[in-house]
Design a protein around this ligand. Structure first.
Ligand code: URA
Length: 220
């Protein structure tokens, strides 16, 4: 596709509107069996022009009821870790690999991830964050296309898609189970994200990079 030479504000409002249209499509999605058991689709929440985007695993019970990601205990820890690096939920974007709750909070299945990953890819492309932080194994394995576990990958920044950096960390629920050691490692990873954001000083990848055909192959 040709580079987009529209004035900056035109580009911004276009991507925000397209994100809204994508959300409208997701809210009525029936691409996998989770459509039969969900209460609400949990598309994602936050600033559509966020510099920092989080990707979790899948909605749990509270999220399924409220339609918003990370509203339970894990979300409170996420808010605390954000606060400690001087940020608020309203200035980041939060999404999950799956937009619908797996019954009983079981692990996402490969076919469900396959059906849903196009939404996440478009969210990332439209928001075009400077830093993506993956929370736990499912998001990290999908976005880095790896089988390596989170314990080895956490805290290591990767130069990633669309000029973004990707930093894997544990899922907040793991810190709630794993105690101070895991929470301490997450704090280190959040501090790394803070330093990456400080180093980029708000510079984004040029918009035309969004449309490189080779990059569109990312995660399917
Ligand atoms: N765990 C997740 O991975 N995502 C949520 O939205 C809530 C809990």
């Amino acid at each position: 596709m040709a580079p987009n030479y529209a004035p900056q504000w035109g580009v911004v409002s276009d991507s925000v509107q397209i994100l809204e249209a994508l959300k409208a499509r997701a809210l009525v999605c029936t691409q996998c069996g989770l459509a039969d058991t969900r209460t609400q689709v949990v598309f994602g929440v936050g600033d559509p022009r966020a510099r920092l985007m989080f990707v979790g695993e899948a909605p749990g019970q509270n999220e399924d009821l409220q339609g918003e990601p990370f509203v339970g205990a894990a979300g409170k820890l996420l808010d605390t870790l954000l606060d400690e690096i001087g940020m608020q939920r309203s200035e980041v974007y939060i999404a999950n690999v799956l937009k619908c709750r797996p019954p009983g909070n079981r692990d996402p299945r490969p076919d469900e991830i396959d059906s849903c990953k196009g939404y996440l890819r478009e969210q990332i492309r439209l928001i075009s964050p400077e830093v993506v932080m993956t929370l736990g194994n499912f998001a990290t394995k999908l976005l880095l296309n790896t089988e390596i576990g989170i314990t080895r990958l956490r805290g290591r920044p990767h130069s990633w898609w669309l000029g973004a950096m990707l930093v894997p960390t544990f899922h907040p629920a793991a810190a709630l189970r794993g105690g101070d050691r895991v929470a301490g490692q997450m704090r280190e990873d959040f501090a790394l994200v803070r330093s990456l954001l400080d180093a980029t000083r708000g510079e984004r990848a040029p918009m035309e990079r969004d449309f490189e055909p080779s990059q569109m192959e990312l995660f399917g």
